[in-house]
Design a protein around this ligand. Structure first.
Ligand code: ATP
Ligand code: HSE
Length: 333
């Protein structure tokens, strides 16, 4: 008990384990900058064990194993400890095993997956008396979106499937004398048309989201904003009801052209595929390329066109990863 307030101190119990899987995600989908996202069938797995004391040990297998830290400065460890501190819970020591399949810095939502998996584990390991403070799946989404800075990757990482997210202005409501911060991050799930099949082309080079965002202008011409609004509306129709509109509905006026200077090979591949009638876009902040195929046969044709066009397009790792409909999955032992 705290002597001053008589509020029981909530503590993380040692000897528990959470296993979390979180999917890769492709954000933007062309004109849906910072709002549209799709969960892909490629997942990271995280095992978090609580141990006595306050030490932190991280082991990483797969993507990033050679470069990521193995102490409390690891993004997953930091996020878990910050989450417990924010929720007013005393931490236990941590043993973290990360199995990373999502390539880093390629526009496939690796940082969103790391943040979501960390928060999902942190929330799942809360003691019963503090569990209500986390806000369930929606609380996890909002916390992750605020950490990531934009909601388009974390929404499909949390909820799975196709998502359309938006942010509302922060405001402070006074509710019965208690300051109350209303949610500012929101998302709606959309039913993806069965014929839409994602194809992903992944290059061997990284580009950080921070660097790619640094290439964007402060403002865009009004005509570009208007054109983008029309394409974003078409994109929702194309993805949910009318895949024949995918090519025109994936035209973007807000970010890709500004970023192509930092990803010339992606620009060449996207232009080449679009000229063949395929709905190719920059995946997230790049440099991977996402192509939204109409059916499995077209997806295979696209994969063959990229692999067979190595002389024109350069070498790409091509995947048809399928979709992830579940989002973040957690098991606690
Ligand atoms: N599983 C992970 N564990 C620890 N750190 C990670 C993990 N995944 C990503 N990171 C950190 O995030 C960085 C990549 O994040 P960044 O936002 O630049 O790209 P991305 O998330 O892969 O792409 P995008 O946001 O465009 O989809 C990595 O270089 C690494 O520092
Ligand atoms: N909407 C984000 C996705 C990458 O995190 C961007 O394009 O910068």
């Amino acid at each position: 008990m705290s002597a001053q307030t008589d509020v029981p101190t909530a503590r993380i119990t040692a000897g528990r384990q959470a296993t979390v899987t979180v999917p890769a995600t492709s954000a933007n989908l062309g004109p849906g900058f910072d709002c549209m996202g799709l969960a892909l069938g490629l997942q990271d797995t995280l095992i978090v064990r609580t141990v006595p004391g306050t030490g932190v040990r991280v082991s990483v297998t797969g993507e990033g194993a050679a470069v990521l830290p193995t102490d409390a400065s690891h993004l997953v460890a930091r996020t878990i400890l910050d989450r417990w501190a924010e929720l007013g819970v005393e931490p236990a020591g941590l043993e973290i095993e990360a199995t990373n399949r999502i390539p880093h810095g390629r526009g496939l939502g690796s940082s969103a997956a790391a943040i979501v998996s960390a928060l999902a584990a942190a929330d799942a390991l809360l003691p019963a008396e503090a569990a209500g403070r986390a806000g369930g799946r929606d609380g996890l989404f909002e916390a992750a979106a605020l950490l990531e800075g934009h909601p388009d990757n974390v929404a499909p990482a949390v909820y799975g499937g196709l998502t359309l997210s938006y942010e509302t202005a922060a405001a402070t409501l006074i509710d019965a004398g208690e300051p109350h911060r209303p949610s500012t991050m929101h998302t709606v799930s959309l039913a993806l048309h069965d014929d839409v099949v994602p194809v992903v082309a992944i290059p061997d080079v990284e580009l950080s989201t921070k660097a790619a965002r640094g290439l964007l202008p402060e403002s865009v011409p009004h005509a570009d904003a208007a054109a983008n609004a029309a394409r974003a509306g078409l994109l929702v129709t194309a993805l949910t009801r009318e895949p024949s509109l995918l090519h025109i509905g994936t035209e973007d006026f807000l970010h890709q052209n500004y970023r192509f200077a930092a990803m010339a090979e992606s620009a060449t591949l996207i232009r080449g595929l679009r000229a063949q009638g395929y709905a190719a876009v920059v995946s997230g902040a790049g440099p991977s390329v996402l192509v939204l195929a109409r059916g499995v046969d077209e997806a295979k044709d696209i994969a063959a066109a990229i692999e067979g066009g190595a002389e024109e397009f350069g070498p790409w790792r091509v995947e048809i990863p399928g979709l992830d409909a579940s989002g973040a999955m957690v098991e606690v032992h």
